[in-house]
Every structure is written in C-alpha cells, then in structure tokens.
Write a protein that binds this ligand. Structure first.
Ligand SMILES: Cc1cc2nc3c(=O)[nH]c(=O)nc-3n(C[C@H](O)[C@H](O)[C@H](O)COP(=O)(O)O)c2cc1C
Length: 334
C-alpha cells in the first residue's frame, strides 16, 4: 500500500502538531518530516534548538529536515541529529523563500553548480550512519527548468546515496494557486524507476486535500510510492486516518470530531512541547488552517488571531460555537 507522509512545514511540523495528528489519525502517517532545522543555528546551540529536535510522539517515524547553504554545518548537524533516531535525514532543496535562497539553501541547491551540491551530499552521507536514510525534498527547479536536466540532477542525487525523493512539482516561483506539473513528475519518476528499479522511493506532494484528490494525483503520477500532505493535514488532523482507511478499503470512522477538543488538546500539547516564546505564533499558525473548517472562517480566525494568550484563543472558539452550535462537531471526510 502507498505510504503517507506529513510535509515539513516551518512553524507547523513540530511535536505538538504530530501529537494531534497521531491522536486523530493513529498510526496512519508513515513518516513525519520535521519543520526545517537550520543547521548553523543548531550546531551553534541556539536557545530554541532543543525544541526543533523533539522526536515525539513516534520517534521511529520522524524524518529530520535540514536546511543550510553550506556543506560543513549541514554534515555536522546531520551527524548529531541522526543520533536522535528516526528514519533519516532530509535535505531541503525545495524552499523558495528569498531569505533561504539568499543563503544558498533550499532550492538554491538545485540551481547552483552541481559539483557543489554533489560535494555537500557526499559530506552529509558520510556523516550519517549507514542504517539511516538520506532523502531530498525538491521542486522542479527554476521557471526555465528542463526535464532532462532534472533527470541528470536526480542521477547525481542517487549517486550520492539519496534513496528517497519527494517531488513538489512546481517551479521556484510558482505559488500554490498554479497547478503542479504532474506530467513532468511522472516523466521523471518513469526515468528513475526504469533506471534504478524500486531502490529509490519516489514520493509526490502538492494539493492533496482528501481521498479524491489523492486518487487524482495517483492517476496522474502512477509511479508515486508515497504521498506527502501538508496544509490539508493541518486543517484536518484526522485526514491521514480517513485516507489510510480508504486506501485499505475500510470504512472511515463514522464518529464526529469535537472541534473544541482539538483546540484544547493542541493548546495543551503546545505548552508541553514548545517554549513559551513560541506559543502564540505557533497557535496562530495552526488556527489559521484549522479555522478553515468553519463557515465564518475569516471572522473566527481574526478573533483568534487577535487574542492575547492561549486561554483567550480557546475562549474565542467557545464564543463562536455558542453562536454557531451546529458547527462544533465536524464529520470525517468521506
Ligand atoms: C507554512 C508552510 C511552511 C513550509 N515549510 C517548509 C519547510 O520547512 N520545508 C520544506 O521542504 N517545505 C516547506 N513547505 C512546503 C510544504 O512542505 C509542501 O511542499 C507544500 O505545502 C505543498 O504541499 P501541500 O499542498 O500538501 O500543502 C512549507 C509550506 C507551508 C505552507
């Protein structure tokens, strides 16, 4: 059966979020990518770094994602972090945020001299124990990317010991509104599968919001062995469970989800797993997606976003459900 992966998302893919997903989708997500960990800050012993490397609630399914524009700190961080367990180390080659690209990190690794990227991977692979996987998450490249160059770039990844690739088939500048280029993803996957057989695990990512959209992506990219989901799994932490049930041809849970329970649990987890300095910003980020489940999403999120602390945020949800009692209990996706 195809595996399901939780996407690395800065400020969202942390232990508190994983706990919520495991609570509502027990054992359904095969791999939890962490939010990107800045290698230089990590090895410099930044004040908050310990919170980025919390492995719970299922350390055996964690994939640590690293970001950095330089090889040496990346390898050093990879060596330390692989000692914390998990499936392996992932190199972020997809992030297009200008401040990341300026550092030579994220998608810059796809665009710079190939020899430099190759040398970085060789150093990281050497630093990571053999029993831990090295993976890469990437986009298609710049606006003028060429499929044959993407194929040879992937050959280079494989030659340096990368054994899982997650492709988000958008270009550097493409925003979420433009559809992913599924046909080029399939062309790349065909090339890799033909050349390397099943030794390279090929995973696809982008715009999977429910079982139907997963089926459409599966139809467009039949060689994908794994499906990575980001924003939709934050909005609906039960999504992995629902999709896994459908993939296994079992019925989805017919019960309802108590939204107030989700809010309370998330807040409790956040207080246990994150430093106080992060509570408000992380809660705001989660609720910006979670509020999309309700009719007056913008109104509710504005109220929550303006709340001064976590109890006041919870209070805003309670007030909303007093006014809209029919919205408190949510259904699983069909
Ligand atoms: C808020 C946010 C933060 C993200 N941070 C990262 C990151 O740290 N590393 C990374 O490789 N991708 C990052 N991404 C991209 C996601 O991993 C994913 O590729 C993208 O959201 C598309 O998947 P989706 O349509 O399922 O959300 C981020 C996306 C969002 C929305």
């Amino acid at each position: 059966m195809s595996k399901l992966l939780f996407a690395p998302m800065a400020t969202l893919s942390h232990e508190a979020m994983r706990r919520i997903i495991e609570h509502y989708s027990p054992s359904a997500c095969g791999e939890y990518y962490t939010e990107m960990i800045q290698a230089t800050t990590f090895i410099g012993g930044g004040k908050f770094e310990q919170f980025y490397v919390r492995p719970g609630p299922c350390p055996e399914r964690v994939v640590w994602q690293l970001t950095c524009g330089k090889a040496e700190p990346m390898a050093e961080a990879a060596k330390i972090i692989s000692g914390y367990g998990g499936i392996g180390i992932d190199i972020n080659m997809g992030c297009c945020a200008p401040e990341i690209v300026r550092q030579g990190a994220g998608i810059a690794w796809m665009l710079k001299e190939r020899a430099e990227t190759q040398a970085m991977l060789a150093l990281v692979r050497k630093a990571v124990p053999e029993n831990m996987r090295l993976s890469v998450k990437m986009r298609l490249g710049d606006e003028d990317y060429k499929l044959d160059e993407l194929c040879t770039f992937t050959d280079m990844l494989v030659s340096e010991g990368v054994s899982q690739i997650v492709l988000h088939p958008r270009t550097r500048k493409a925003k979420f509104k433009r559809p992913p280029h599924w046909s080029d993803a399939e062309a790349l996957f065909e090339y890799v599968a033909k050349k390397y057989g099943s030794s390279i695990c090929l995973c696809i990512n982008g715009d999977i919001a429910d079982f139907q959209s997963l089926c459409s992506v599966q139809k467009a990219v039949p060689l994908a062995q794994g499906f990575m989901i980001g924003r939709a799994a934050v909005q609906k932490p039960w999504l992995f469970g629902d999709i896994a049930a459908r993939l296994a041809e079992k019925a989805c849970d017919a019960g309802q989800i108590d939204s107030l329970e989700v809010v309370s649990l998330f807040i409790e987890n956040l207080m246990e797993c994150q430093p106080e300095e992060f509570w408000l910003s992380r809660a705001q980020r989660f609720f910006s997606y979670f509020c999309k489940n309700f009719s007056f999403a913008n109104y509710l999120f504005t109220q929550v976003n303006n709340a001064k602390d976590l109890p006041s945020m919870k209070h805003e949800f309670e007030s909303y459900f007093e006014k809209m009692p029919g919205e408190r209990f949510l259904k699983h996706s069909l």
